[in-house]
Every structure is written in structure tokens, then in C-alpha cells.
Design a protein around this ligand. Structure first.
Ligand SMILES: *[C@@H]1O[C@H](CO)[C@@H](O)[C@H](O)[C@H]1NC(C)=O
Ligand SMILES: *[C@@H]1O[C@H](CO)[C@@H](O)[C@H](O)[C@H]1NC(C)=O
Ligand SMILES: *[C@@H]1O[C@H](CO)[C@@H](O)[C@H](O)[C@H]1NC(C)=O
Ligand SMILES: *[C@@H]1O[C@H](CO)[C@@H](O)[C@H](O)[C@H]1NC(C)=O
Length: 507
């Protein structure tokens, strides 16, 4: 606009100048000249306006294009940034931090993945069944988050024609999974159940004929298997054989029938100990009219082998999710045991668990040492004590003379007393018995014959006993001759001590 108005002003000035220079003499000619000049000027002006306009327009266009380019550059920058953020979030999501180890973790199964992040959709996911950071690399599997199913893809999923060949197993196809056998073994170990479907569309293509097996599959260890449904069995069978509805009632598989019709055997093998199927072998399709087509499902696992209660082994620890090799305490039969777990191995591999020994675990310390400060000669009552050197755990009650086991376990007790015998020509006896809940366990006995002078003899008693919580232990004089006493005169001659050796942990 500014450019145009400047031009306008210039034109008006030009016009005025033109008019003022006209003379009256040659007015007509002059006028024509003037007009021509004017026209010329006008044309020039128009042109200049137009070129000016065009130039300006081009400039604006240029600027516009530059701006557009800038916007595009910015947009792509924003997109890149969004991608970076998304990737970062993704990485964060896929590398959850293990609260135990503080390390990022990849789930071991689809179930674990869903539990850790319920927002995850069904689809392909990375898992690491044998544990992150140990064993084999993570595997890329399909997760059905609605059923918690982990399925391992393989290269033989579609229907595959076995072609024509006559001999047993003349058609043989290795099944290649997108995961190592070790990872699949770990997956099976962790899962509640695993299965794999197998279908065989057949026309005059028996698995077995006249006792000759023409078809079989190989399990994870390479062993030949002749059943096409159900769990591990050495019997050749198909689903119809299990259900009792094969086309030929006396046969175990539809395909074994000699009937000239298109038949099918379809089943699910569900023995996780021998899956996955590693090779398919078929035969007896040599005839031109014979045909066999196999369709093998993915190796699928669901559920989880639950560890209930306290872990009793490295395998339990592994199932719980431990992956750091090292020493662990586990629940033994009665005591806590110490084991070394090598989590770079799988539970069935040698050296996975090494037993180290018992853990000296006590829920509370229990030991006592008590003494008497006076003589005692009362029979058949618990011997009470007066001096307590130690009574940790307060299991020993001095006034009642009873020790009460605070926990189940093995305990040791020792008693030493001092028998004092008067002068006598007959046999004198002192017997101190150890009692468990009132039942006699054993005693320490001392005897003297023909004591001319006052005789003093030590009496001892030791015992190791397995006690239940609440069991009572005490000492009592079970046999004493007249005049004999368990002597003590505040001179520390009577000793009763005990402690727990092993605590039994009842879970
Ligand atoms: C197979 O696994 C690899 C990684 O181990 C992965 O990159 C690839 O996409 C997987 N292929 C299929 C078909 O799932
Ligand atoms: C010892 O047992 C008696 C009788 O049961 C009880 O009254 C007393 O409190 C007990 N002493 C201790 C220290 O527990
Ligand atoms: C027990 O000892 C007391 C005093 O020391 C004595 O009087 C009593 O006769 C003794 N009893 C027996 C059975 O020896
Ligand atoms: C026995 O032990 C008690 C308590 O420590 C003490 O008072 C007493 O003097 C001791 N007796 C002797 C003979 O040392």
C-alpha cells in the first residue's frame, strides 16, 4: 500500500508539470506530443506499478514460502520430539524397575507383563522366561492379555502339504520356533499349563497301518511320539480315540481308516514336560490320490505354577522371580536351610541348587543357669532354685522349678548336685530325675555303703530333648534315703543349666 501511494503522488506531480509546459502556438501538436508523452508516462507508470506489484507479490510469496518451510521444519521437529518422548516413555514402560533389585526388568511371561502393566494390549511383546540378564536373550512372543496366554510363533503354522512319499517318516519337517528351546523350557516351567494343537487333514494317509507307524512327531528332546492329542502316552491315539468316536470305531485315529474319504484328526497335546513339537514326520502318501496336510499351532502357555507359603528351594525362589545368583535361606524340613542358587541355570540343570547347611535361626534366645542356696530333700516335687545367673527368654521359673519350652526345638539340659550322706551302715541313695510334662526321662543316682563319716558325692545328669512349645521340664528327687540331702548352703554347689540347640520352624 505504501509503495502504491508513493507512485500515485509521483504521477500527479508529473501530470501537473506536463500541463504547465503547454504553449498556445503549437497547441495541437504540442497537445498530441504531450498526450503521447503522458500516455508513455502512464504506460511506464503502469508498468512500474505492475512490476512493482509483481516484485512485491513475489517477495510476499517468497516470504510465505519461507514461512511455510519454517512451519514444516518446526512440525517435523515437533514430531521428532514427540517420537523421542514416546520412545522414552516406551523404554520406561518396557523397563520396569524391580523393587527388589532396583534393576529394570523384562517380564518373564505374558501374564507377568499384564500384571505389571494392566494397560498392555494383546500383541507381540518381549519376554524373558529364563530371567533377565541371565541365560538366553529375551524372546518376542504373542500375548493374549485376556487369557494371559503366551504363544511362541514358529515357521510351520500354516497348512502344509506333505506331498507324496511312501516310507515311514519320508516327509520330515523341523519346526523352527522364534525362541530357544531353553527359553521355552523356562516358560513351561513357570506356566501352569502348556499346549500345542496339531491337525492332520488326510486322504488315504494313515498314521499307522498294519502295526507300522508311518507318522510321528518329535518332542523337545527329540523323542518320537505317536499320540496326536492329550498328555504324554506311548499309545498311538488321536482325539477321536480318546472320545471313542473315530470313523472306524475300532481305530484310535480317523486318518488310520481305509475309507476313501477326506478325513481329519485334530487334537491338542498338553504335556508341558515334552512340548514343544520340534519335528513332524509323515509317510504313506505315496499314492497319487493320497494326501496329507498338517497344521501345527503355536506353543502356548497359560497360568503360573504358584509358590504357596515360604520358598523351600532355589526353584521356588526362581519362580518367585529371583535372578541374582547367591546364598539364600529357604524353609527346610524342620529348620531354615542355606542354599546356593545359580540362576544362570534352569531348575532342571545340574548345579542349579547347592545345599550349604542349616541356618542357625532362633526366633528368640533361650538359655538359663540357676542355682540353689540351701539344701533340699523333698521328694516328688520340682526342685526350686533361688539364684539366677542367666535366664534369657524367661523360660525357667525359679520358684516353681519348671522350664517351659517357648518354641519347638531341640534343647540341652545339665544338672549337677551335691549329695550329702550321713554315717550309716546301710546303703544310702539319692536319685534326681528329669521330668518332661511329669513323665520320667532319666535320672542321676549316687549311692554310699557303710559311711563311717559324713560323705559328700556329686550327682550329675545331662539330657538333649526335642520339645514342643509349652512342654515343661523339671528335676525332682525320686529316691532318697533317710538323712540324705541334696546339699547346698549358699556355696553354689547346685547347677541347673539349659539352652536351645536348634529351633524347629513350623510354618
Ligand atoms: C522373532 O524374534 C526376533 C527377535 O528374537 C524378532 O526380532 C522378530 O520380529 C521375531 N519374528 C517373528 C515372526 O515374531
Ligand atoms: C513362676 O510361676 C508362678 C506360678 O505359676 C507364677 O506365679 C510366677 O509369676 C512365675 N514367675 C515368673 C518369673 O514367671
Ligand atoms: C529333710 O531335711 C530336714 C532338715 O534338713 C529334716 O528335718 C528331715 O528329716 C529331712 N527329711 C528326710 C526324709 O530325710
Ligand atoms: C554363691 O553365690 C552367691 C551369689 O552370687 C554369693 O552371694 C555367695 O557368696 C556364693 N557362695 C560362695 C561360697 O562363694
Amino acid at each position: 500500500m505504501i509503495a502504491i501511494s508513493t507512485v500515485n503522488v509521483r504521477f500527479v506531480v508529473l501530470l501537473l508539470l506536463s500541463w504547465s509546459s503547454i504553449s498556445s502556438a503549437d497547441a495541437t501538436l504540442n497537445l498530441e506530443d504531450q498526450l503521447r508523452t503522458l500516455t508513455q508516462n502512464y504506460m511506464q507508470f503502469k508498468e512500474s506499478v505492475e512490476t512493482n506489484f509483481e516484485a512485491k507479490f513475489h517477495q510476499v510469496e517468497d516470504k510465505n514460502r519461507q514461512l511455510e518451510e519454517k512451519v514444516i521444519r518446526l512440525e517435523s521437529k515437533v514430531q521428532r520430539l514427540e517420537l523421542v518422548i514416546a520412545l522414552r516413555e516406551n523404554t520406561v514402560a518396557s523397563k520396569r524397575v524391580d523393587p527388589l533389585t532396583g534393576r529394570s526388568s523384562i517380564p518373564r511371561t505374558c501374564r507377568e507383563a499384564r500384571l505389571a502393566d494392566p494397560s498392555l494390549n494383546s500383541g507381540m511383546h518381549w519376554i524373558d522366561p529364563d530371567g533377565q540378564g541371565v541365560g538366553d536373550d529375551p524372546i518376542y512372543v504373542h500375548c493374549d492379555m485376556t487369557t494371559d496366554t503366551t504363544s511362541v510363533p514358529h515357521d510351520s503354522e500354516g497348512p502344509m502339504d506333505v506331498g507324496h512319499c511312501a516310507d515311514p517318516g519320508c516327509y520330515s519337517k523341523a519346526v523352527t520356533y522364534n525362541a530357544s528351546l531353553r527359553q521355552m523350557a523356562a516358560l513351561a516351567d513357570l506356566s501352569g499349563e502348556c499346549h500345542q494343537s496339531i491337525k492332520y487333514d488326510c486322504f488315504f494317509a494313515p498314521f499307522e497301518l498294519d502295526g507300522i507307524a508311518f507318522s510321528w512327531w518329535n518332542d523337545k528332546d527329540g523323542s518320537a511320539k505317536f499320540f496326536w492329542a492329550g498328555a504324554n502316552t506311548d499309545v498311538h491315539t488321536c482325539q477321536c480315540g480318546i472320545d471313542g468316536n473315530c470313523v472306524e470305531s475300532f481305530m484310535k485315529c480317523n486318518c488310520d481308516s481305509a475309507a476313501p474319504e477326506q478325513l481329519v484328526d485334530s487334537g491338542v497335546i498338553n504335556d508341558k514336560e515334552i512340548l514343544p513339537i520340534t519335528r513332524l514326520n509323515f509317510g504313506r502318501t505315496g499314492q497319487e490320490y493320497s494326501s496329507g496336510v498338517h497344521t501345527l499351532g503355536r506353543f502356548e502357555c497359560t497360568g503360573q505354577v504358584a509358590v504357596t507359603g515360604m520358598p523351600t528351594s532355589c526353584e521356588d525362589l526362581w519362580r518367585i522371580g529371583h535372578t541374582l545368583s547367591g546364598f539364600y535361606s529357604v524353609k527346610g524340613l524342620k529348620m531354615v536351610e542355606s542354599v546356593y542358587c545359580d540362576f544362570s541355570k534352569l531348575p532342571n540343570e545340574a548345579g542349579f541348587q547347592k545345599w550349604i547347611g542349616y541356618d542357625d535361626v532362633k526366633s528368640a534366645p533361650v538359655y538359663f543357669y540357676v542355682q540353689r542356696n540351701s539344701a533340699f530333700n523333698t521328694t516328688n516335687v520340682p526342685i526350686p532354685f533361688q539364684i539366677s545367673r542367666l535366664n534369657i527368654g524367661n523360660a525357667m521359673n525359679l520358684s516353681t522349678g519348671k522350664f517351659t519350652a517357648p518354641v519347638q526345638g531341640t534343647y540341652f539340659f545339665s544338672f549337677t548336685g551335691h549329695a550329702q550322706f550321713p554315717t550309716s551302715s546301710s546303703i544310702l541313695t539319692l536319685g534326681v530325675g528329669l521330668y518332661l510334662n511329669g513323665n520320667f526321662i532319666g535320672w542321676g543316682v549316687v549311692e554310699e555303703y557303710n559311711t563311717v563319716n559324713l560323705q559328700e558325692t556329686p550327682l550329675t545328669l545331662q539330657s538333649t530333648l526335642n520339645l514342643q512349645k509349652g512342654d515343661e521340664i523339671w528335676l525332682q528327687i525320686t529316691l532318697i534315703s533317710d538323712g540324705v540331702i541334696l546339699f547346698d548352703n549358699n556355696d553354689n554347689w547346685t547347677h541347673f543349666t539349659g539352652y536351645i540347640l536348634e529351633e524347629e520352624l513350623i510354618f
